[in-house]
Design a protein around this ligand. Structure first.
Ligand SMILES: *Cc1c(COP(=O)(O)O)cnc(C)c1O
Length: 390
């Protein structure tokens, strides 16, 4: 922490780690005593910065970090994170040696994979494995006891693999109707009973769900739950937004500044395709953000930004690096523009943007690209700026 990489274009994300901290605290108070959190920081911490979020979580006593890929796990190691890290997705068996070298726990679910991985590791390598059981997501995982037997037998027969965890993933935990999740839980419980016979030694972590599971299904959290989206203060789905046990605090906001302001007369057009024409004399501001920043063109449909706490519509097509907004009156160049976040009494939430784009909250911070620097706030102060452009 503490490094401030410069950036020379006034478009930036603010990541408020104090909000992440509040969310983690709330989860920790909410979850049963025997249930730990795994902090999921894949996709660069859902666009918030994986290292920062992982460090907050670890400081608060979270014992495990989850990522999607081996590259993400190695990136955390490179920054000096030594805590247990689990890759939730598939890695190539030939890369298992690397995972062993960096003590990265792996998700296993294929007998062939274990055979191939065995060939690349060395005698004293020890790999923590989490057996993935597919109970209805049909993504990755063993589906039958027969498949499971082949996997577990290889783990038990090898001195290089040990079963540290077993888990599944719910497909509908973010819906009000719990019936499919209940069915998945029953299947998981059945598989756990089978596993107890197959592998009588205790398994340290049994984990079965995501944020929505942690928030809405305390009957399905076992002794660990994998929390991603709501650690960042975002609701897994609109459907359950009104049914959460505690308030979530959004950590992500997106800002820019007006770089040009001008008056157009009635009939004068704006941007590619000249699709928008001024209705009368209109004050138009240019904002230096575009689709290459992940602020996709669809944001122009009904999209608004905040300037001096007032909502201003996006007008004309969004370009690669810039877009235009309709101002209520003349505003100075340099004035702050908030695309996501609070200004005075108003707030454009991630959920609002997601709704407008017809998608889920998850996509929004993930979509804001590497080109937008991240200013990290902690303890009420800006403590670091990350800029991946140069
Ligand atoms: C991404 C992921 C999570 C976290 O899900 P959220 O809905 O973001 O809380 C949990 N488990 C697995 C396997 C994942 O891939």
């Amino acid at each position: 922490m503490g490094e401030r990489q410069p950036f020379y274009r006034d478009t930036w994300v603010e990541v408020n780690l104090d909000e992440v901290e509040k969310n983690i605290h709330n989860f920790q108070s909410w979850l049963p005593d025997e249930t730990q959190m795994m902090a999921v920081v894949k996709a660069n911490g859902y666009g918030h910065g994986a290292e920062h979020v992982a460090r907050v979580a670890l400081r608060l006593g979270v014992p495990y970090i989850g990522v999607a890929t081996l590259d993400e796990a190695l990136a955390l190691r490179k920054t000096g994170v030594t805590a247990p890290v689990l890759v939730l997705g598939y890695i190539r068996p030939q890369d298992t040696k690397l995972a062993a070298e960096y003590s990265i726990a792996l998700t296993v679910f294929q007998a062939d994979w274990l055979d191939q991985a065995s060939k690349v590791i060395e005698d004293d390598d020890l790999i923590n494995c989490h057996l993935k059981i597919d109970t209805g997501m049909a993504r990755i995982g063993i589906r039958t006891e027969k498949e499971g037997h082949a996997v577990v037998k290889r783990i038990r027969d090898s001195k290089n693999f040990q079963l540290e965890g077993v888990y599944t993933h719910f497909a509908t935990a973010d819906e009000l109707d719990a019936s499919y999740a209940d069915e998945q839980k029953n299947r998981f419980d059945r598989m756990l009973r089978w596993l107890k016979k197959e592998h009588p030694e205790p398994i340290k972590y049994i984990h079965a769900g995501n944020s929505a599971t942690a928030l809405r299904h305390l009957d399905k959290v076992y002794n660990m739950v994998r929390v991603g989206i709501s650690m960042y203060g975002l609701t897994p789905a609109d459907e359950i937004a009104e049914h959460l046990p505690f308030e979530l605090h959004e950590a992500f906001s997106l800002h820019s500044r007006l770089v040009h302001v001008k008056k157009l007369s009635a009939g004068e057009a704006i941007s590619y395709g000249a699709t928008y024409q001024a209705q009368k004399d209109e004050w138009i501001g240019t904002v230096p953000i575009g689709y290459a920043d992940g602020w996709i063109r669809e944001n122009a449909t009904q999209g608004e930004v905040l300037v001096n706490g007032v909502r201003c519509p996006i007008v004309g097509r969004i370009c690669m690096d810039q877009m235009m907004v309709l101002l209520p009156h003349r505003v100075e160049v340099g004035e702050k523009v908030t695309l996501i976040g609070r200004q005075q009494e108003d707030m454009i939430s991630v959920a609002e943007v997601a709704r407008r784009l017809g998608t889920i909250t998850y996509e929004i911070p993930c979509m804001i690209s590497y080109r937008v620097p991240r200013a990290v706030w902690k303890g009420g102060k800006m403590v670091q700026i990350d800029n991946d452009v140069f």
